[in-house]
Ligand binder design. Sequence first.
Ligand code: ATP
Length: 344
Amino acid sequence: MAKIELKKLSKTFGDVDVIRAVDLTINAGEFMVFVGPSGCGKSTLLRLICGLEDITSGELLFDDVSMNDKVPSERGIAMVFQSYALYPHMSVYKNMAFGLKLANFSNKEMQARVLEAAKMLQIDHLLDRLPKQLSGGQRQRVAIGRAIVRDPRVFLFDEPLSNLDASLRVDTRLEIAKLHHKMKDATMVYVTHDQVEAMTLADRICVLRDGNIEQVGTPEELYHSPKSLFVAGFIGSPKMNFITGDIADQHQCHTLGIRPEHLLIDAEKGVWKGKVIHTENLGSDFFVYLDMGTGEPLVVRLDGQERIPLDTQVHVRPLPARLHRFDVNGLPITPTINQTGENL
Ligand SMILES: Nc1ncnc2c1ncn2[C@@H]1O[C@H](COP(=O)(O)OP(=O)(O)OP(=O)(O)O)[C@@H](O)[C@H]1O
């Protein structure tokens, strides 16, 4: 278990600043998820922590000890990549045991560790197979198993689920959540594009934007109390509706934000009016896109059982306590709402 501290950590490629003086403390045993738009520096930050990239300036500490000059093998980390990076000619057992063998572990200790990890990940019946005889999800479990056996202080994950199909993603996501629960001592840092992975796995999420940290907080904090328009628009899927113009003026703000689940459709009355221009049925949810004459359509989430035909004129009502008001600089205007949706 290690506390990870980034102090004014910077990375420059040529003359491009990719990570800009980032300050961040990841607590021992914490599951921290990095999210942000493509190119914002998530993978680079992970690679700096791992030691696969040199630090341009600033300091990286594990438990108060500087890691700046330590090579990856001296840092006590294990990394799981999107491409599983398994040795194709080695069995699952050999793949998992490989790092231990290099570290001169006895056969007995190696066997015990591999079997324990394989059981934890439910791949103990696959130990004799070659990677090509496994599904994508099983391969990723082997890659995770290979990381576990080394008993690292820190696990680093770079989009480990993005090569998996939808249902395997869900299974393996649950597996990683269980792993975190079982290995309470391990600090985990995880990069993803996926909103659900970030929300479900993270103790805290770090939102990056253009090499800077935009906000760090629990999933609930980021979802309910975003500190900027950028975070409000980034966290949540489908994203928060933003309304400018007359409606925002009436609420004395530049941009009014409201999430699709915080809008009610009413055939008869409601403060806003719109026409249904598009619908999406996801089974559990039914999304309605309304043209309100404000530019962007307003997205409303209904229960999956509800239906509204195209071209219907409807009235819409926001839950007042769930409105987010932002100024011209994209900063929230108080009163904001707290996590239970009450005005502060
Ligand atoms: N070795 C390199 N040389 C030059 N530029 C690089 C190098 N590696 C990354 N970059 C640049 O640094 C920026 C951040 O890249 P990084 O891969 O960290 O972003 P990311 O947030 O992980 O993106 P994505 O979500 O698309 O994977 C990008 O503009 C990228 O082009």
